[in-house]
Design a protein around this ligand. Structure first.
Ligand SMILES: *Cc1c(COP(=O)(O)O)cnc(C)c1O
Length: 370
């Protein structure tokens, strides 16, 4: 009887090897609440139309629309896509996992760039596939390095564009070159979580067109970033009918809550809010970059960003960890990513104008030793 008291279910070895995702924090070491500039959320909140939709009465006793029909139609309309080529999920992170689950397993490889989204390694391991990192070039995704790391075992390639945590961006020509260099049986996942932050003068990376023309491209998007609906968990992806059918087979049947579908639908109808956020972000980004540039003599350096955050490198006397603690002392949580080889950097989410004034003041005081 005592014989099997020690027994317990044994996770698959690849599950055992996973370090769980570390979310951005909003609390200091002493338990104090901090201003959260650590998870790239929208500092302006979300559209009033989305809030109104969330306040609408609905009957939660019923399952949500399993196919998110209205939402997919609205997404298709905004982006000029075919709703039949769209699948929704509880956040785009879910779709990244489903993409690996559908096409890779033990013995296969999932490829991405060094200094890209930490979830890629987790979703690769979750399916038993081996995560493979290609080197970056000065913190940016390097297409030649990615192509050089493709092997017969490669099944999925992830590119976040703009990239997180670096904010760097590959133009359409580079994305096209990457796609052209991949074997047709490799799925290229273009993670466009921050695509809406590109400004008028930026050109789109061509992901939607590639996903329309080829069988092996999946573009993922989210309502968590510019739409300010991270708490509602809504993401979507577009790709060839075959890929979308594969993802539909393995997704949860009711994977987006009814309230979330309603909020996303309303948010899509308020593109003025998206524009406003984009302009706010561009303005504050320019100001923050100017501050970091002016502290260059103290070893601070900004990695050029097209997203809603800035990776600041600390290569002088004051270390990133010291700055992390200094900012926390002053009430701000930012992201330090030593686990990703970035112990010398802090990723700072663009906040409100007042918050950015504060952060600039704190950083200056820290490095100038006042
Ligand atoms: C935030 C983020 C996502 C979106 O995650 P959700 O699951 O949609 O909230 C996806 N990819 C990257 C690179 C991100 O930074």
């Amino acid at each position: 009887m005592e014989q099997h008291s020690q027994a317990r279910p044994t996770p698959k070895p690849w599950i055992d090897a996973i370090d769980a995702y570390v979310p951005g924090q909003a609390r200091g070491g002493d338990g104090r609440d901090l201003v959260k500039l650590s998870a790239n959320e929208n500092p302006l909140g979300c559209s009033k139309a989305a809030l109104a939709a969330l306040a609408e009465p609905f009957n939660p006793a019923f399952y949500p629309d399993p196919d998110a029909m209205s939402l997919r139609k609205a997404i298709a309309e905004v982006h000029g896509l075919d709703p039949a080529r769209i699948v929704c999920a509880a956040g785009s992170g879910d779709l990244l996992g489903l993409a690996v689950q559908a096409y890779a397993g033990p013995g296969d490889e999932v490829l991405y760039s060094r200094f890209s989204f930490s979830l890629y390694e987790i979703v690769a391991r979750r399916s038993g596939a081996a995560p493979v990192e290609a080197p970056d070039t000065d913190y940016a995704t390097d297409v030649d390095a990615l192509l050089a790391h493709v092997t017969p075992a490669t099944k999925v390639v992830f590119v976040a564009n703009p990239n997180n945590p670096t904010g760097t961006y590959l133009p359409a020509s580079e994305i096209a070159r990457l796609h052209a260099g991949l074997p047709a049986q490799v799925l290229l996942v273009l993670d466009q979580a921050y695509a809406e932050f590109l400004t008028d003068k930026d050109t789109a990376d061509g992901g939607f067109a590639l996903a329309q023309r080829h069988e092996n491209v999946l573009v993922t998007r989210t309502f968590s970033k510019i739409y300010g609906l991270a708490g509602e968990r809504i993401g979507w992806a577009t790709g060839a009918p075959g890929v979308i059918a594969d993802l539909n087979r393995i997704r949860g049947p009711f994977n987006v809550a009814q309230s979330s579908q309603m909020a996303a639908l309303a948010a899509l109808g308020d593109q003025a809010f998206v524009q406003h956020t984009c302009q706010h972000n561009a303005r504050e980004m320019t100001r923050l970059v100017a501050v970091i540039d002016s502290l260059g003599n103290h070893g601070l350096r900004a990695v050029p960003s097209k997203a809603n955050f800035l990776l600041v490198l600390f290569e002088g006397a004051v270390t990133a960890q010291q700055a992390l603690h200094g900012l926390a002392e002053a009430g701000y949580a930012v992201r330090w990513l030593p686990g990703q080889g970035l112990s010398h950097g802090l990723r700072i989410t663009i906040g409100t104008t007042d918050q950015m004034d504060d952060v600039a003041y704190i950083l200056r005081a820290l490095v100038e030793g006042d």
